[in-house]
Design a protein around this ligand. Structure first.
Ligand code: F6R
Length: 613
């Protein structure tokens, strides 16, 4: 939800800023802008639309001189995408310019106060309030850093800010609260960015900014402070992953690359935690004594991570016999949840910065629950706030629609479920051994699905069904939970109306929507319920649906008697089956989207990190 970059050095800033923004476009892509201090004056270039429009407008930055600048890629919150509402925003005085990721919740109040003082506004954005507030204090004091320090405590909400002042043209001031911000150390040049890939080409040496911290830097010097102005020492860290991890590497889209990376991501997440037939969760404290006192487990998350939570309910209840509930983070906080110290609250988030999820985590802590986060982005707000964190080692996920992060979140749920069950004594040794063995086999099984032959089969069905207007995903038990994710993927990337229902629920209402040419994707991998699901398939076939069935090799022949198309997945321990069923559904959405001419990696209206409620 918006990305920011900043550069102070001796090279031309604009091309570096634009290149950095290209790595942050996943955070928002409805408009972009840069502000650079040139030899004589400050120059702002902005454009509605994809970053490419701004690149074209500025000759890839070549037309904008100057060696110090800030840049922004936007996902609109306050004010529609337009040139005027694009960042950077310049104060009415013309002296201060600001890029901002986050949301200023008291912007209306601050705007009214500044208007009263005669300050003029030109956009509808909350960010212009920041520019004008800093500008207002600067007019009074003539002290740029002091003006930022005066403004920050007046801002409610979340922000990562990059700020320039015309009178101090070599300097950038940046500050952070509840939105990510990284400082990058170069040789005779320094950087800020919302995320590592934006600066990784130039430096692997970074400091992660914490809430309540600001940094003042130019090409030679860097000073970190807290908001009251006390200097602070920052830990300097080295990024160990390569830039190639955040590049397409020969694939047409990040989404496809990330689907194919799933075996590796699963291996990286599972292998370090499976040792000599045991599940080892280093640094995690979930003792038998504690778990025996847990009356209910909540899983709280948004979007696809919520669907992992829906699956986790089946998995954890089966393994641990503790009542478990999946709750959408946006609802958790305002539902007066029955949560206290007898509850374990598991928070799931790829980005670790989703606003609703972070707020739910804080609420769970306030209510006294023990909190455990499953997070992909190291050092993110959720990872830092939770009592304990287990990282998914999916690597950077760039496509807006999640694939490999989902798979690894699910893998961590399996680890946790079996680990807790062992502690509690609710799983016998043989079953535990079978889980561990199946988890070891999971990455290899995922690989088997991603063969040329299988992918071509999915491509064929995508080309056959992409013209449909409506799709229904149906399945029973864990299949019904995977339906939710399969259906979301199709909506997100292919803009095809799609719904997901437990197969047995269909005839209680939604079946009235089934008519000639409705696409039904039926998941039938839960062996004991296969016949029942097939009965539901017959019902929709009788009403004219085209049915694509995903099932196990053993049941493919039987399923083919009812369905129009069949995709098979390898058989694994039933509880782990969803990890495999998911993969053809991801591929199906991808290829349907391609056939429909959609922008797969950057679907309309979406952003990867949703940092506003
Ligand atoms: C869907 C998708 C979203 C995210 C959701 C939560 O493909 O990616 O539904 O799962 O926005 O995001 P995180 O996991 O970053 O909290």
């Amino acid at each position: 939800m918006c990305g920011i970059v900043g550069y102070a050095g001796n090279r031309q800033a604009a091309p570096i800023l634009l290149e950095g923004l290209s790595k942050l476009e996943y955070r928002g892509y409805d408009s972009a802008g840069i502000c650079v201090h040139g030899v004589k004056e400050m120059q702002v270039a902005k454009a509605k639309g994809r970053l490419q429009v701004l690149c074209d407008k500025t000759e890839n930055g070549q037309a904008v001189p100057g060696c110090v600048g800030i840049g922004h890629t936007r996902w609109a919150t306050h004010g529609a995408p337009s040139d005027v509402n694009s960042h950077p925003h310049v104060s009415d005085s013309g002296k201060i310019s600001v890029v901002h990721n986050g949301i200023i919740e008291n912007e209306a109040k601050l705007r009214a106060q500044l208007l009263e003082k005669g300050v003029k506004f030109h956009s509808e954005t909350d960010t212009e309030v920041v520019a004008n507030l800093v500008g207002y204090y600067y007019e009074q004091t003539g002290n740029f850093i002091g003006a930022v320090r005066q403004a920050l405590p007046r801002l409610e909400g979340s922000y990562a800010l990059g700020i320039l002042c015309t009178d101090l043209p070599d300097t950038i001031v940046a500050a952070k609260k509840d939105s990510p911000l990284i400082f990058g150390y170069g040789d005779g040049e320094n950087y800020i960015a919302s995320d590592v890939p934006a600066i990784l080409k130039h430096t692997q040496t970074v400091s992660y900014m914490e809430d309540g911290e600001m940094v003042v830097f130019n090409n030679k010097s860097v000073r970190f402070f807290d908001f009251v102005g006390e200097p602070i020492e920052k830990k300097v860290e080295t990024i160990t992953w390569e830039l190639s991890a955040a590049e397409r590497g020969g694939f047409d889209h990040f989404m496809l690359k990330e689907i194919f990376e799933q075996p590796k991501a699963l291996r990286d997440t599972l292998s370090p935690r499976l040792k000599n037939g045991e599940i080892v969760l280093d640094g995690i404290d979930l003792s038998a004594e504690y778990l025996k006192d847990v009356r209910k487990i909540y899983l709280v998350a948004c979007g696809s991570a919520y669907y992992v939570s829906v699956l986790a309910k089946y998995i954890i209840e089966k393994a641990c016999r503790i009542p478990t509930e999946a709750v959408m983070a946006s609802e958790f906080r305002y539902s007066d949840p029955v949560v206290d110290e007898h509850n374990l609250v598991i928070i799931i988030s790829q980005s670790g910065e989703t606003a609703d999820t972070l707020a739910a985590l804080r609420e769970a802590k306030r209510l006294g629950a023990k909190t455990l986060a499953v997070v992909n982005v190291v050092g993110s707000a959720i990872a830092k706030t939770a009592d304990q964190t287990i990282y998914t080692w999916a690597g950077p996920e760039i496509a807006v629609a999640t694939t490999k992060a989902f798979s690894t979140q699910l893998a961590v749920v399996y680890l946790l479920a079996a680990y807790m069950a062992k502690q509690l004594g609710t799983m016998d040794d043989e079953t535990y051994g079978a889980w561990v063995e199946a988890l070891e086999a999971l990455p290899g099984a995922a690989e088997q699905i991603l063969t040329k032959e299988n992918v071509e089969k999915v491509q064929y069905y995508a080309s056959r069904y992409y013209g449909h207007h409506d799709a229904f995903y149906i399945g029973r038990n864990v299949d019904s939970a995977i339906c939710l994710e399969g259906s979301l993927k199709l909506k997100e990337v292919a803009y095809l109306h799609s719904e997901a229902y437990p197969a047995g629920e269909l005839k209680h209402g939604p079946i009235s929507l089934i008519e000639n040419g409705t696409l039904v994707v039926a998941l039938a991998t839960v062996q004991p319920l296969f016949d029942k699901t097939m009965a539901n398939v017959r019902e929709v076939k009788a009403r004219g649906a085209d049915v694509l069935c995903v099932t196990l090799q053993e049941t493919a022949e039987e399923a083919a008697k009812q369905a129009d198309g069949i995709l098979t997945v390898p058989t694994i321990l039933p509880v782990l089956q969803p990890s495999l069923t998911l993969i053809p559904l991801q591929l199906f959405s991808y290829y349907v989207a391609l056939n429909r001419g959609c922008d797969v990696d950057k679907p309309r209206n979406l952003a990867k990190s949703v940092t506003v409620e």
